[in-house]
Design a protein around this ligand. Structure first.
Ligand SMILES: C[S@@+](CC[C@H](N)C(=O)[O-])C[C@H]1O[C@@H](n2cnc3c(N)ncnc32)[C@H](O)[C@@H]1O
Length: 204
């Protein structure tokens, strides 16, 4: 049997994330996932939310990691993986009605995060939902000692990486016309942030 690239973090968090996405993406059609990594989230969420078309993407150099699992997906709602670097001003696709990314904002540089939001800012889509999962700092403070240690480790590996300040990211989101709808506390000191442009979802 072929051994597919594997992330234990994805396995640990996917069920918790799904609980929220199921509701947030209930009225969405297409989700563009940024920085899909091994494709575990893409395949799991596509299978669990069959009403969605799920578009996985990552840097071109990461596609050999992402491709094999996507190719093995049995359903029909997973679009072919796409090379996408958020630093590019042109993503060569139409921004769909939903975006998702996990554990990526602290890996890419803050300039790249800024680039991500500037593409959204240019999109004239008036109905957009963005979900971002990962660790964040609040008011310049870590939410746990383990996040502080993790941030130190990130810095030693790549000085441009690092846990982002929620307020700075929220400001970029606001510039792109997105309003914070929810900020969920997640296991292992992570957050799931939900921003929306357009009409709020009617409460069930
Ligand atoms: C820690 S992995 C997370 C992967 C996956 N989302 C997960 O939760 O396991 C970070 C990912 O960010 C991607 N990445 C880094 N810089 C990027 C950029 N500028 N544009 C798009 N993806 C990027 C990497 O290729 C990698 O797949």
């Amino acid at each position: 049997m072929i051994q597919l690239p594997f992330s234990q973090a994805c396995e640990n968090n996917k069920v918790y994330i799904l609980k929220i996405l199921r509701d947030v993406f209930a009225d969405r059609k297409t989700v563009l996932e940024i920085a899909s990594g091994t494709g575990q989230h893409a395949c799991f969420f596509a299978a669990e939310m069959p009403w969605l078309q799920w578009q996985p993407s990552d840097l071109s150099e990461t596609l050999p990691v992402l491709g094999p699992r996507c190719s093995a997906y049995a359903g029909e709602n997973l679009l072919p993986e796409k090379a996408l670097d958020v630093r590019d001003a042109d993503w060569r696709l139409e921004v769909p009605d939903a975006l998702f990314t996990a554990n990526s904002f602290h890996i890419m540089s803050f300039e790249a995060v800024r680039g991500f939001f500037s593409v959204l800012e240019k999109s004239d889509r008036d109905d957009l939902v963005l979900c971002v999962y990962g660790p964040f700092n609040y008011n310049g403070a870590y939410t746990s000692d383990s996040n502080a240690r993790f941030d130190q480790w990130l810095f030693q590996n790549d000085a441009a990486s690092g846990i982002r300040n929620f307020e700075a990211v929220n400001e970029l989101a606001a510039s792109a016309g997105l309003s914070l709808q929810d900020d969920y506390e997640m296991p292992a000191n992570n957050r799931l942030l939900v921003w929306r442009r357009g009409p709020s979802k009617t409460p069930r």
